[in-house]
Design a binder for this molecule. Structure first.
Ligand code: FMN
Length: 166
């Protein structure tokens, strides 16, 4: 892989006690902001949560221990009045953030928000996010407890390529 972060990015769910620097947080958000958006709507915004009580409250909504253990939670949100591709806009921003976190040695994982349990709506209410915004996931940040194992060619499946026709 030319871009080593694509191979090195792994889901990290256990973090060190060490704080994530604000410089790293901003670099990760910048990567999210530089992602493409439909018709260049640039409506994605980022809610950063570091307060432990708030992280605990988010954990109560979405589960998974790493949500309260992560040093930082970032919730990318977008304004549904400015884009008709909110899911796509948020997904590409998220992947950019995961790759930038990897480059900085910061661990992360895509924590999905389940629509069947209205998790995004509950988080919006908790954090005072305006009604017209939507969220699909949480990006937790923390320095990894263990070095993640990179992807390599054994994870590559040439059988999933269909040339010209299926
Ligand atoms: C759309 C999506 C939803 C995911 N939701 C969760 C989740 O809620 N909790 C979790 O621990 N991991 C979640 N993951 C992470 C995947 O489990 C992980 O990416 C997958 O197992 C591959 O491992 P890797 O990220 O180390 O390559 C999600 C990933 C994606 C792309």
């Amino acid at each position: 892989m030319v871009i080593k972060e694509i191979s090195n990015r792994r889901s990290v769910r256990e973090y060190l006690e060490k704080e994530v620097t604000d410089k790293d947080i901003i670099e990760i958000i910048k990567a999210g902001q530089f992602a493409p958006t439909a018709r260049n709507n640039r409506a994605v915004e980022f809610v950063v949560v570091e307060n432990q009580k708030t992280k605990d409250e988010i954990f109560e909504i979405v589960g998974q221990e790493f949500v309260k253990q992560a040093k930082v939670l970032i919730i990318p949100v977008t304004d549904t009045t400015k884009t008709n591709c909110s899911m796509q806009d948020l997904a590409v921003a998220s992947e950019n953030m995961l790759l930038q976190a990897t480059a900085l040695g910061v661990g992360s994982v895509w924590k999905n928000l389940k629509s069947e349990f209205n998790e995004a709506e509950q988080i919006k209410k908790l954090l005072g996010i305006p009604e017209q915004y939507t969220a699909i996931n949480i990006i937790p940040l923390g320095y990894p407890k263990e070095k993640p194992v990179a992807h390599d060619d054994k994870d590559f499946d040439a059988g999933k390529i269909h040339r010209e026709k299926w």
